[in-house]
Write a protein that binds this ligand. Structure first.
Ligand SMILES: [Zn+2]
Length: 255
């Protein structure tokens, strides 16, 4: 019954959606990342974006006044990671906040000597557990251009990771996936990446991935969709895990 209701509601939302063809075309044209999708995948991504925009509230802060085009650019990229999954992976929270630029966050950290410091950092994005996703429009605008960086995919990968607790690089896996192999292969890749960074060797992707296993997963998710060969070449086992988790094979789309 629940399945029936969900499907009925979903059809109704899609039928009533008022996005125009011109708006969709502009949004897809802004995102070279999506040019690799076939027509079936594009249609499914559009549906997911419509449902996403129906369920979530997007708010511009400061000088950001979100236009329909801006909303589509955010929603299409937010839904790319769940193209092979479904929207229920984003259940449990409702809000996306968009700042004009990097924003400052303050929190307290305790150092090894037990001293509490007030830390102020500038972030381009943030994903809260059971809370909002926060994005800087300046960075969203530059995303989706196949340079390996994608703020939207990054923050929403954290959201997927947090489905089973904190963002630690270990999201809930599908039936048939091997959790031990996931942990072993990601740990080996993370250790190798950190060692390369310490030795100042060339890195296959953004050094920020060395911050923590959670950031490693989020950065690799960006690279997986934007420049999949960079992962497949350096960490093939990790590529296969990401392919099985996202139920997408971006490398195959390049052929
Ligand atoms: Zn992050």
């Amino acid at each position: 019954m629940v399945g029936f209701f969900r499907r009925w509601r979903r059809r109704r939302i899609l039928r009533r959606a008022e996005w125009t063809d011109a708006q969709w075309q502009r949004a897809f044209a802004r995102l070279p990342l999506l040019a690799r999708l076939d027509s079936q995948e594009r249609a499914r991504l559009r549906d997911l974006a419509v449902l996403f925009l129906h369920d979530k509230q997007l708010h511009g802060l400061g000088t950001v006044s979100l236009t329909p085009d801006m909303k589509l650019v955010i929603a299409l990229q937010a839904c790319l990671p769940i193209l092979g999954l479904d929207l229920s992976w984003y259940d449990g929270w409702r809000t996306v906040l968009v700042y004009p630029d990097d924003f400052a966050v303050e929190h307290e950290e305790v150092d090894d000597a037990g001293v509490v410091h007030r830390v102020r950092r500038h972030l381009a994005g943030e994903a809260w557990h059971d809370g909002p996703v926060i994005l800087s429009w300046n960075d969203v605008r530059d995303a989706g251009r196949l340079d390996g960086y994608n703020l939207v995919v990054h923050e929403f990968a954290h959201k997927l990771d947090m489905r089973n607790g904190r963002a630690n690089g270990f999201p809930p896996l599908h039936k048939g996936m091997d959790g031990r192999a996931w942990a072993a292969d990601f740990t080996a890749a993370f250790d190798d990446f950190r060692a390369r960074r310490l030795d100042r060797l060339p890195l296959p992707f953004d050094g920020y991935a060395a911050e923590s296993p959670g950031e490693f997963f989020a950065v690799l998710s960006e690279v997986f969709f934007e420049q999949p060969a960079a992962i497949a070449d350096h960490y093939p086992a990790v590529y296969r895990h990401l392919r099985d988790f996202y139920r997408q094979d971006p490398l195959a789309r390049l052929v």
